[in-house]
Design a protein around this ligand. Structure first.
Ligand SMILES: [Ca+2]
Ligand SMILES: [Ca+2]
Length: 94
């Protein structure tokens, strides 16, 4: 009886972990430069500041929108176009 309860608790924990991991800890949201879970003009502002070397910290993994390994004005241009709905999906490679 006690053993089966332990197993069901373990199963419940395992299920919770498997549900939570893809959506939180390791999720990558391209364009979410400030890591708030949304892609909007705030991210463009943050990325612009970063590109202009104003010393702010951003999520550079999410900011490399053309996946060239660098975060620069090209990525800023892509993010602006994405926010303006000129691009449907990120990352954007051309
Ligand atoms: Ca954001
Ligand atoms: Ca890039």
């Amino acid at each position: 009886m006690v053993k089966s309860r332990k197993i069901s608790i373990l199963l419940a924990v395992a299920m919770l972990v498997s549900i939570m991991i893809p959506t939180t800890a390791f999720a990558k949201l391209y364009g979410d430069v400030n890591d708030d879970g949304k892609v909007n003009s705030t991210d463009a502002v943050a990325l612009k500041r970063y590109v202009l070397r104003s010393g702010i910290s951003i999520n550079t993994d999410n900011a490399d929108l053309n996946e060239d390994g660098r975060v620069n004005s090209t990525d800023l241009g892509i993010l602006k176009r994405y926010i303006l709905k000129e691009i449907d999906t990120l990352p954007y490679k051309n």
